[in-house]
Design a protein around this ligand. Sequence first.
Ligand SMILES: [Zn+2]
Length: 463
Amino acid sequence: MCGKPSENKTVNPTSIICNDRVGTVTCSDRDELLRAPLFHTPRNPFLQDRALEYHGDGGLLIREGKVAACGDFETIRATNTSATVIDMRGGYLLPGLIDTHIHFSQVRVLGGLGRSLLDWLEECALPEEARMADESHARRIAQVFVHELASHGTTTALVFGAHFAAATAALFEAGAESGLRIVSGMVMSDRQLRPELHQTPDRAYRDSTGLIRCFHRRGRLLYAVTPRFAPSTSEAMLEVCRTLRQEHEGLRFQTHLNENPREIAEVRKLFPWASDYLAVYERFGLGGRGAVMAHNVHPTASEIERLAAAGTTVSHCPCSNAALGSGLFALKRHVEAGVRVALGTDVGGGIGFGILKEALQAYLLQRVAPDGALLDAAKMLYLATRAGAEALGLGEEIGDFQPGKSADVVYVKPPLNSPLSAVLERTETPEQTLAAIFTLAGAASIQEVRVEGSIVYKLRSGN
Ligand SMILES: [Zn+2]
């Protein structure tokens, strides 16, 4: 399962994905100064005014993979005359996008519309997930998966792996090769799904331990303990989750919470001792910083309070919530209570890769939600970048362009004669420009993606 552990891949050469091609590129030893308008949110716009930083003639100085300076181009240029200037005007620089909830094994069930969660699992997701027992299938999907992340500007993703150790290893291998930051883990379940997706708690412990030893903290990879959701995990399995987190430092944690009323009723039946859904995870110490729980569309007031107190992040997946009819997320209640919220695409319950689109969908659903939060462009950018970094305990390393952070960068440049290029001709404020990018920039506008300063993706037919 575990190939020869490679050396830390944060140094050259790093991988480059160029559409369907994977190759390597050696990045410059010299400092690079990227010149383009740039946006980032070094502060939290839900808590502070003027959290959005914009530089119209922006400069991003990259030294040894890190942001050495971010600001006005001429000012940075004046004190860094030896840096190689890369003129990227005509496009825009954003921090790498962060997806905090996505399923590797569900790529091929995208588009399974017309069902609610439990029926969708039974009829669409689980049969496909069972195919991950075939390692060659898993390897092929892993290539598609990492390519699609990069081509949508996602530089970091918290990913549900597969129910099989070998398939999860295939994802980690593809992640390492791609240069992206992949945080993932084998999905753990021992009941309620279908027999081929179940492991015994002992087996799950052994397989997870093997994967952790292989991949956790290898280069840009991190391991996340991943019980699928309470209905499919016995108490013994949840106990294994707790043990793994105690035995290995720095593991992340991910699962699902309060997505659908029928699912919640099931939890009540299976865990009669629990006061609510969250209490099941709490009993086994599964929450807190570095823990991400997807959805929470139907929380109790007490659950919201406890999530905030523990520092657990809720991954909001608005496309999935709409596609599966799960409901409208109470963003305002979460934010006002101090719960950390970030964004997830929830492929394949959602409608595809891409956190820009997910932020737009969050905006749209909040417009029609009772007591919805009005999201502006700054809040959308924060949710798409820095909030995800904080969710994963990587807030000191990624999420914005503050000096010292990793130079994870998305270069957005609209195709010629596209609606986005037409709109950007007439936008008058940074907020209007950024809102237009969120509304209209799809994968065709993602020209280049860098992780730690090195190019990991370049759109083949530039303009
Ligand atoms: Zn999910």
